[in-house]
Design a protein around this ligand. Structure first.
Ligand code: OXD
Ligand code: MN
Length: 579
């Protein structure tokens, strides 16, 4: 064992004063013992036998989502955190939150959780070690990462790891802090047991700290899904897609193609996080560092995402879903009526008023169980990316799909994307906010430097992926969805594939290349021509109304915003003026 790891564990033990220290090996026996203890103390509840190895967890009602307002980047220089992050002075953070950690594990067990992000033997793989007093976090990390001996083996050969100290504390939102020390590659999380706050391999390491590692070492850590599209004849391309939380990354990554009989099929590599590097061949190579899915349950049904239901049918944790008296999970949008005697997410008999499942209820399920998992999922090299998608929830203005003119314009498209907020974070929902590259809550450094890093990566790519923006959420004037979404999204992917092959037709508009109505493969889909035209419409007047918001956002980023993005904005304005 690495002496620096032992030393850090000793320091954490001295600070938090647990009754016991347990080093996790990730074994089945360990998981069975923790599960039995949590069933005993009521942290977990058994589900129906038709969900083997699955358990329900009900969180504290004030601890149901990521708390962006309590998440801080503690860089030495506040400018390195930039205007889009909360910043706390690192010394102040250590003093203030150190006080909360002092003695907080008395009466509890301190678990040491070594974990590997990325496939074993991948040059991009990284080790993290989480110290936590939550057995629910341990079981979740066992699903979401490659946990235990595999990580210790890797540590043995290289010694480097990202330490993360976590305690649920008192689960009090007034005593909750999610802290990142980018210079020390260190994470401290206190006062929450919720996935994005407490499973430190996920947002804290694989996005915020990894984005800083990527900046310093020349690669990218992104809030993206990763998927494979197989074309008739067996050709495969790989697509990465950045969408804000709870905007359908999981269902897109697990899409069941209605055109499978024609040889068009989608396979899954990841639904949330992608690490990407420039390959020696000048292409962008990507992998999913995670080993599981932490998916939003509400809205998941046999129609919207059958693969997710199958994936989470065994060996999974369900958090804050409703449940029938005999232990069948239920949530809004599951596709069948609530069973009699339903208990809501807090375990109370559901009275039919208000949501039964929390809108951010989750399943935590092993990737290996996903029926559509790509064989390339575990490839230590990752996969070469042919297309990058950016997208969000936009009810107006933004067409179903458009292609950027080139990489730099694509970076502008990603940098200026916006979306309606969802229940994945504790803040007002359904308000439009700029969420560049879907990284607003996850970029561990200054957003202007992050955009520059994207531009630099582009310069190193001799075969850059094409960049697209997609929007499944456009509505008509009566508020009805124009596009069916889910499996039918494959039709947009086909257009993208054909653009890559240089075959699909597109019309040049001020915002980029938009499909001509006849270039989309819509056979078998009942779509009236006026609806299609509305979906693809680019209205210069509506877009002119967008640009002041972009300008305001760029001004907020300040003088670290690359000049190239200002030029892109001015160029867009002039195309719109003549459009
Ligand atoms: C997530 C999120 O849980 O983005 O993936 O909130
Ligand atoms: Mn996410």
């Amino acid at each position: 064992m690495s002496s620096s790891l032992q030393q850090w564990v000793d320091e954490c033990e001295a600070l938090t004063r647990p009754d016991r220290v347990h080093w996790c090996d990730g074994s089945d026996a360990e998981a069975a013992r923790l599960t039995a203890e949590m069933l005993e103390d009521g942290t977990l509840h058994r589900l129906h036998p038709s969900f083997p190895g699955c358990f329900l967890h009900r969180s504290a009602p004030s601890d149901v989502a990521r708390t962006e307002n309590l998440t801080f980047i503690c860089s030495r220089d506040p400018d390195d955190a930039g205007p889009t992050n909360n910043w706390m002075d690192p010394d102040e953070a250590r003093a203030r939150v150190g006080e909360l950690f002092r003695g907080c594990m008395r009466g509890r067990t301190l678990y040491v959780v070594p974990y590997l992000m990325g496939p074993p033997d991948s040059p991009l793989g990284r080790v993290g070690v989480e110290i936590t007093d939550s057995p629910y976090v341990v079981l979740s990390m066992r699903i979401m990462t490659r946990m235990g001996q595999v990580a210790l083996d890797r540590l043995e050969s290289n010694g480097a790891f990202v330490p993360g100290l976590h305690s649920v504390g008192e689960l009090d939102p007034d005593r909750r802090f999610i802290l990142h020390f980018p210079e020390d590659r260190l994470i401290w999380s206190y006062g929450s047991g919720y996935g994005g706050n407490a499973l430190l391999g996920k947002k804290c390491f694989a996005l915020r700290i990894a984005s800083v590692l990527g900046r310093d070492e020349g690669w990218l850590a992104e809030h993206m899904l990763l998927m494979e599209l197989e074309a008739p004849g067996g050709d495969r391309i790989y697509i990465a897609g950045a969408f804000p939380s709870a905007c359908g990354k999981t269902s897109l990554a697990m899409l069941v193609s209605p055109l499978e009989a024609q040889g068009l099929r989608v396979r899954t590599l990841g639904d949330d996080i992608v690490w990407m590097r420039v390959g020696e061949d000048g292409r962008l190579w990507a992998l999913n560092p995670e080993a599981g899915f932490f998916g939003v349950a509400p809205g998941t049904s046999r129609k919207t995402n059958p693969n997710a239901l199958i994936t989470a049918r065994a060996n999974s944790l369900y958090t804050n879903v409703a449940v029938s008296p005999d232990g069948i999970p239920w949530w809004e949008g599951i596709g069948f009526d609530p069973p009699p005697g339903l208990l809501d997410w807090q375990g109370r008999p559901w009275d039919g008023r208000g949501p039964a499942a929390h809108p951010n209820a989750r399943f935590t399920a092993p990737a290996r169980q996903c029926p559509s998992l790509s064989p390339a999922y575990d490839d230590p090299r990752g996969v070469p990316i042919s297309a990058i998608l950016f997208g969000g929830r936009r009810h107006q203005t933004v067409p179903l799909v458009y292609q950027s003119f080139d990489w730099e314009h694509g970076v502008f498209v990603g940098a200026t994307m916006a979306s309606r907020t969802t229940a994945a974070a504790t803040a007002e929902t359904n308000v439009l906010r700029r969420d560049p590259m879907a990284m607003l809550p996850f970029c561990g450094y200054h957003m202007g430097d992050y955009f520059r890093h994207w531009l630099d990566i582009g310069r190193r790519l001799t075969h850059p992926p094409l960049i697209f923006h997609v929007n499944w959420f456009r509505q008509d004037s009566a508020g009805r969805w124009l596009w069916p979404g889910y499996g039918e999204n494959v039709r947009v992917l086909i257009w993208i594939l054909e653009r890559i092959r240089g075959r699909a037709r597109a019309a040049e508009t001020p915002i980029g290349w938009v499909p001509t109505p006849d270039s989309l493969h819509l056979e078998g889909l009942d779509m009236a021509r006026p609806v299609l035209e509305e979906l693809l419409r680019v209205d210069p007047a509506e877009w002119r109304a967008e640009t002041p918001g972009v300008e305001e956002f760029f001004r907020k980023i300040g003088d670290r915003l690359p000049a190239a993005l200002w030029s892109q904005l001015r160029a867009l304005e002039s195309r719109l003026a003549s459009g």
